[in-house]
Design a protein around this ligand. Structure first.
Ligand SMILES: *Cc1c(COP(=O)(O)O)cnc(C)c1O
Length: 400
């Protein structure tokens, strides 16, 4: 049990708290599930890019799936070896491609023909051969929230099978490109196995046809997307996930790369916030807290559900919205929840805040970003300091 009250007292609120032991368990569960084949887990850095989180995952043998040069630099700084880093994302700047090639990472995931031309051109300029993988869009409905669905043709991600084939042939003939992998990622917070299996089968069939014509695909990158329990979702077991993918790979000698973000860190994170006061407006009861949408955006952005609990209080429950102080109607954490009567300085825990929490935070309303704390072996330590007013204005010039 985590002593939330003590942490709030020690580090103040709002505050992110991450349970590193749970991150370790999650990682080991997944690695174990993949043990029947060669595999590489490349943690999706975007889910939570704190350097201490990355360092922890590196110590467990994780690689990194990065979507910007900034994330690649974070991964390297945390000690993750370059040969375990992949670079994904639908739009990469020339300067990012150039740096990634110079850093000699494992491969770059390409998402369009135009992008491949840029990578080839930059590799030519550098006199290098760029290791690439192509993100195939298998046109599968992942049955998740439309904002985090990526595997349909209507989404901006990846290329159609026919385009992918054409690209592989071109890359194969190029002196500056080396196609080493194939990639798909159909969406996030996936809770059904069938769409993953279908997508994997489509991409595995394509892989076989590529290998037949001499294109040596070594890495089969299945993306991320494993869902977690926020409320009462049934989730996919890592073993079943791995088996579903393996069942599509018969006869293929490839290293399975997977890119989990949320699965590794989501449920290992807690957002702590204190009650400022309550107010009744018409029939509605509001609990106003010191954390806001700028600190944890998921409810506002996706209408995402997070479990909410008033620490140490029970009974006398009635429906309430938990809202922040930001000047937006969309600034809420929970709506119409049965919660006990609260008082000034009562502590509220928002669960499952480890993924897409702090990383999406902003300084909107001139609110300094909050501190992050790690718990490991029952010890807590600060891993990112609370920002100050001076941090907020540090880059602003020419105002005096
Ligand atoms: C976002 C993303 C991931 C991680 O998704 P999760 O749902 O957090 O596992 C992995 N790969 C790619 C390409 C992504 O865009």
């Amino acid at each position: 049990m985590i002593d939330f009250k003590n942490l709030a007292k020690k580090y103040d609120t709002p505050l992110y708290v991450y349970d590193f032991d749970l991150i370790e368990n999650n990682f080991k569960d997944l690695k174990e599930a993949f043990k029947a084949r060669k595999s590489l887990i490349c943690y999706a850095v975007k889910a939570n890019s704190n350097l201490s989180v990355l360092k922890k995952l590196n110590s467990l043998g994780s690689g990194a799936d990065c979507v910007s040069i900034g994330e690649i630099k974070r991964a390297l700084l945390a000690g993750i070896p370059k040969y375990k880093i992949v670079f994904s994302g639908v739009g990469k700047k020339d300067s990012e491609i150039e740096e990634a090639l110079k850093l000699d990472i494992l491969f770059i995931n390409l998402e369009s023909e135009a992008e491949m031309l840029r990578v080839e051109e930059i590799a030519r300029k550098l006199g290098k051969k760029a290791r690439i993988s192509i993100r195939v869009n298998p046109n599968i409905d992942p049955k998740t929230h439309p904002y985090i669905s990526t595997g349909l043709h209507e989404n901006k991600f990846g290329v159609e099978i026919d385009v992918a084939k054409r690209m592989y042939l071109k890359a194969h003939r190029s002196s500056f490109l080396e196609p080493v992998g194939i990639h798909f990622h159909i969406g996030s917070q996936l809770t059904e196995l069938e769409p993953i299996k279908e997508a994997s089968q489509i991409v595995a069939d394509l892989t076989k046809s590529l290998i037949k014509i001499g294109i040596d695909i070594k890495f089969f990158d299945v993306g991320g997307g494993l869902g977690i329990k926020y409320k009462d979702e049934k989730t996919i077991k890592p073993y079943d996930y791995a088996q579903a993918i393996f069942s599509t790979l018969k006869g293929l000698d490839v290293t399975v790369v997977c890119e989990p973000g949320r699965f590794l860190v989501g449920n290992a994170g807690y957002f702590l916030t204190k009650v400022l006061y309550e107010k009744i407006s018409g029939k509605k009861r509001f609990i106003i807290v010191d954390g806001g949408m700028n600190d944890l955006l998921r409810p506002s952005l996706y209408n995402a559900y997070h479990r909410v609990e008033v620490v140490g209080k029970k009974g006398d429950e009635s429906l309430a919205d938990v809202v922040g102080p930001v000047c937006e109607s969309g600034d809420f954490f929970a709506k119409d929840r049965l919660l006990p009567k609260t008082e000034h300085n009562d502590l509220i825990v928002i669960y499952s805040a480890g993924a897409y929490g702090f990383v999406m935070s902003s300084n909107y309303n001139s609110r300094p970003r909050v501190a992050e704390v790690a718990i490991e072996n029952k010890n807590d330590r600060i891993i990112r300091q609370r920002e100050s007013f001076e941090d907020l204005i540090a880059k602003e010039v020419d105002f005096i």
